[in-house]
Design a protein around this ligand. Structure first.
Ligand SMILES: Cc1cc2nc3c(=O)[nH]c(=O)nc-3n(C[C@H](O)[C@H](O)[C@H](O)COP(=O)(O)O)c2cc1C
Length: 143
């Protein structure tokens, strides 16, 4: 895979009613396993019932995964924010990093709020990915 031509896809969605810790834990377990196998990296953020996710990898693989994710009954209102090619992965260390703003999901977090805020800000120094900028601006209001 050409690591200088990575496909980035981001979307937002709304978690289904009754979504809880166990459901999200399960999503992350499956995501870690599949994404490692398929060369996908990214971040999943959960806040006030809403998901924000970035998927990075080979274009066809990412699009195929997004088609699957779009029909997953654990969320709806899936709205694509951006799909574009980027020069370098922004979340290369994470098969699917997770950051939540809900107290009960904290045990699943890969970052504390400060770490995550700093990481996103750092990525913005060498990227013009609009969806990440939206996320950073969102943190300025909510972080
Ligand atoms: C918010 C959300 C994010 C998800 N992210 C991923 C992901 O990054 N990778 C993945 O393989 N599945 C992810 N899934 C789960 C997929 O929708 C699907 O259940 C999973 O890929 C298993 O598909 P399979 O049964 O065809 O293997 C996510 C689901 C939700 C609700």
């Amino acid at each position: 895979m050409d690591e200088n031509n990575i496909y980035h896809l981001s979307y937002v969605s709304t978690g289904c009613d009754g979504l809880r810790f166990e459901h999200i834990k399960e999503v992350l377990e499956v995501a870690h396993e599949n994404n490692k196998e398929n060369g996908i990296t990214g971040i999943l953020v959960y806040c006030n019932k809403h998901f924000f996710q970035i998927l990075e990898g080979d274009k066809d693989t990412v699009e195929e995964l997004f088609t699957k994710i779009s029909i997953d009954p654990r969320h709806d209102n899936v709205i694509k924010l951006q799909s574009t090619f980027i020069a370098k992965r922004q979340f290369e260390k994470w098969s699917m990093g997770f950051k939540s703003y809900n107290k009960e999901l904290k045990p699943l977090d890969d970052f504390n709020t400060e770490e995550f805020y700093c990481y996103v800000k750092e990525q913005l120094n060498h990227s013009d990915v609009v969806s990440l900028r939206i996320l950073a601006d969102f943190f300025d209001l909510n972080g």
